[in-house]
Ligand binder design. Structure first.
Ligand code: 5GP
Length: 254
């Protein structure tokens, strides 16, 4: 098999050259990182679960008319995506106070917000993805005012979709991060699309009844098995791959 050209390797994914111009192959690794890469661990099966979950969410978004980079899943760990010109922002939507917002404002985690809040962070690992005002984004030409208006509208549509899907399986969507890229159609018109991934790595998901965390905070805060939490999300959504099953630990009987 010919060796594929690696385009980029990130903390949780690798991008390879795709089979046709304008396409890439996105490979999901089992690696988890937190604290800007300082905390690292490998969770067997995480990449397989995130590949499936991201496929599920991206396909659902496409079905309601929200454009994404997703073309199709290739195998357990890889999906074919469209190559985009990435806007160097992490777009965060929050429904409840948690994480860095709760810390920054001294709020209780889980406190209600008056409405969904959209935040922008400048995507730069060396700087720890700092929160930036719109003024910076426009002044430094990372995106235009029109792009930002379109990005907020897209982010809120993603929020409504994901909140509804999660609510249907007893999960509260607390917050999430998306990335947006530009695709040039016929070399002339550009279109903004959702890219990267949507998975429990990039969302905060709390069980509505028990408050149990079902996202990457399980790893960030040492709350138990990350694979168990992601498997639970996939199981509820009916997207559990057949060979990543939850195996209960044997019970020792005296
Ligand atoms: P916070 O700003 O509270 O740390 O994160 C807000 C939301 O965005 C959380 O759901 C978190 O998982 C997600 N998020 C923020 N930064 C990143 C990042 O660099 N990578 C990923 N995968 N998710 C992020």
């Amino acid at each position: 098999m010919p060796r594929r050209k690696k385009i980029y390797e990130g903390k949780a994914k690798i991008l390879y050259e795709g089979p046709e111009p304008g396409t890439l192959v996105q490979y999901f690794k089992d690696d988890a990182t937190a604290d800007n890469g300082e905390k690292k661990e490998v969770f067997e099966g995480k990449g397989v679960l995130n590949n499936r979950l991201s496929e599920f969410f991206m396909t659902g978004l496409e079905q309601i008319g929200v454009p994404t980079h997703f073309i199709r899943r290739i195998n357990m760990r890889e999906q074919l995506i469209r190559q985009v010109e990435l806007i160097p922002l992490e777009i965060i939507v929050r429904n409840l106070a948690a994480g860095s917002m709760a810390k920054r404002l001294g709020m209780e985690e889980g406190a209600a917000l008056p409405r969904p809040i959209v935040e922008f962070c400048y995507k730069d690992d060396r700087l720890g993805d700092p929160l930036v005002p719109e003024e910076y984004i426009i002044a430094f030409n990372w995106a235009s005012q029109q792009d930002l208006d379109d990005i907020v509208a897209l982010a809120l549509r993603v929020n409504d979709f994901l909140s509804g899907v999660m609510h249907g399986v007893g999960i509260r969507l607390v917050d999430f991060k998306i990335e947006v890229g530009r695709i040039w159609e016929d070399g002339e018109f550009d279109r903004l699309v959702i890219c990267d991934e949507i998975s429990p790595d990039s969302c905060r998901l709390w069980d509505i009844e028990t408050g149990r965390k079902l996202d990457k905070d399980v790893f960030r805060r040492d709350l138990g098995s990350l694979t168990d939490a992601y498997t639970e999300v996939a199981r509820r959504l009916g997207v559990l791959p057949s060979n990543v099953t939850h195996r209960p630990k044997p019970t020792l009987i005296n």
